[in-house]
Design a protein around this ligand. Structure first.
Ligand SMILES: Cc1cc2nc3c(=O)[nH]c(=O)nc-3n(C[C@H](O)[C@H](O)[C@H](O)COP(=O)(O)OP(=O)(O)OC[C@H]3O[C@@H](n4cnc5c(N)ncnc54)[C@H](O)[C@@H]3O)c2cc1C
Length: 333
């Protein structure tokens, strides 16, 4: 007798990546999702490979290492890749205090080098080659890939996982992101708003730049792509409306211009004179002991169904998706 399809709740990067891995393992998959691309949080990410700040535990290390390997392989496939918009590129990170142990994942990232000759504001810095995802192409093509492998996507809100179990699904993967707060009755899940400006890449920037900021709620980063640059950002805890505000967007542009000036990169004054788009997204933070990426990836039995929770990726869902999807797929089995 054939097994019923695995039900996945959520069609963001976590749900779609988990679907791809399950389909490749020969399982049928039905995805139930309230929103799909381009309407998910995943469509609003930066998105550069940005691992969690600390290693935390062996599982986080595994997820990060696997994701790095998979995204690098996809980047190396170029136009033959089943997903679009992935490439490897140089990224430079600047810190306000010396941080010799950063980044903890350097062992598996080639071209790692500590930077010297820094601006006086920067006490430390490194460069490393990382995957960079043009999110406007990555998530739509990931959805197409899942569908081409056989996934069925049903657009609906799931009120309770027992209603999915009642449809005959004996395996459910909960990839509801922020929606897991209600769905899994998990009060440590909450929104962390991020705002972004998209500007034309008319300054020819090719290196991703990230500067530590003396603020809990702000960040400074520039992620360059072929025709645009993503400028960020903000980390606004418990802001539950996905709306931008002018002062925050102006602040982002000003900090990014200042960073270019510090680094003597030409074009600071021209940067974002024209703004292509701006947006805000709600990261699904899950905070345990101060860690906002306390991912929940574990099994629970609900009404005869095996539920694998895979949510709470906070600032790092695009980064961790492949590693987490592989573990989730093996937990389904
Ligand atoms: C501005 C910004 C910049 C970012 N930059 C980066 C970056 O550079 N690198 C990085 O790794 N990450 C980045 N992130 C974080 C990343 O976007 C998230 O971690 C990731 O998108 C989470 O994916 P997800 O699939 O869990 O959630 P989502 O994309 O939110 O998907 C959740 C899915 O579940 C569905 N759902 C929820 N509740 C229900 C329900 N009750 N019934 C049915 N369906 C439901 C939703 O409709 C949706 O389909 C950034 C985020 C933002 C906002």
């Amino acid at each position: 007798m054939s097994r019923p399809p695995v039900a996945i709740i959520g069609a963001g990067v976590i749900g779609l990546t988990t679907a791809v891995r399950l389909l490749q393992a020969g399982r049928e998959v039905t995805i139930y999702a309230l929103a799909r691309t381009p309407g998910t949080t995943s469509d609003r990410a930066g998105a550069v490979f940005t691992p969690t700040k600390s290693r935390d535990n062996a599982r986080v290390e595994f997820w990060t290492r696997r994701s790095y390997a998979v995204l690098s392989e996809l980047a190396s496939m170029g136009d033959r890749a089943p997903v679009r918009g992935v490439r490897l590129g140089l990224s430079r990170e600047f810190f306000l205090t010396p941080t010799p142990e950063q980044p903890w994942w350097r062992a598996f990232a080639p071209s790692y080098r500590r930077l010297t000759g820094l601006h006086p504001d920067h006490a430390d810095g490194y460069e490393v080659v990382v995957p960079r995802m043009d999110i406007t192409r990555y998530i739509p093509s990931l959805e197409r890939w899942a569908e081409s492998l056989g996934a069925t996507i049903v657009e609906q809100r799931v009120e309770d996982m027992r209603e999915i179990a009642a449809l005959g699904h004996t395996s459910i993967v909960n990839c509801a992101g922020l929606g897991a707060r209600e769905l899994a009755r998990d009060p440590v899940v909450f929104p962390m708003r991020g705002q972004i400006v998209l500007a034309p890449n008319d300054i020819g920037l090719d290196v991703a730049l990230h500067e530590e900021v003396d603020s809990e709620t702000e960040a400074t980063y520039l992620f360059p792509f072929e025709d645009h640059i993503v400028l960020g950002g903000t980390y606004e805890e418990r802001k539950a409306d996905a709306v931008t505000n002018g002062a925050a967007l102006d602040g982002i542009v000003e900090r990014c211009r200042a960073l270019l000036r510090k680094l003597d990169i030409p074009g600071a004054d021209r940067l974002a004179r024209e703004r292509l788009r701006s947006w805000a997204g709600l990261r699904p933070a899950r905070v345990v002991d101060g860690n906002p990426e306390a991912v929940r990836l574990e099994v629970e039995q609900i009404r005869g169904a095996r539920v694998v929770h895979n949510y709470g990726h906070g600032r790092a869902g695009i980064t961790l998706a492949w590693g987490c999807a592989e573990e989730a797929a093996s937990l389904v089995e």
